[in-house]
Design a protein. Sequence first.
Length: 193
Amino acid sequence: MLFKPSKTATVYSKNTSGFTLIEIIISIVVLSIVLSIVSTLIAPAEQKSADQILQVKAAELGQSLLNDISSRAFDHNSDMVGGLIRCGEPVSSNACTDPDKLGPEDGNGLRIDANEDNREDYNDVDDFHEYVAKDDALDNSLGDSYSSFKVYVDVRYAGTDLGLANNLAKRIMVTVTTPLGTEIKFATHKANF
């Protein structure tokens, strides 16, 4: 034998292990498809979890505002101290506020008042009719924990909802809009007592 194979020579076999270029490309494509599917499934769940937290904050804000409004007198023409004189009763000469004039009073039976343009000056339930609180109003009174929330209040006579004469109860509807645009409505009634 003229030629002797060296002991250090590497012998290549046809059965080598590893990945071909085609296998690597296919695995990258499959992996990218799987990751895109997973990310589209996770993104809505993340938004829903944030919406739940905002709904809890909206519930706290709505309930707090309902409590504040309900603590006020039923009507401007009612007795503000103890409720001995109620508007709309035969004993009282004061009629309840006309449904078209719900809102802050000016002392002359007109609706808009420069004296009651601040929420702290509201002394009865219907002063809150069409009350709107946006970012600045909520930020000033509650800090920045309720920034981007919006509040709208609607007050209407609704005694018939309770089986009474219509002017004997008012429905207070508070609508809180979260930063994601979800509107949550809260309602209560205030009776003339």
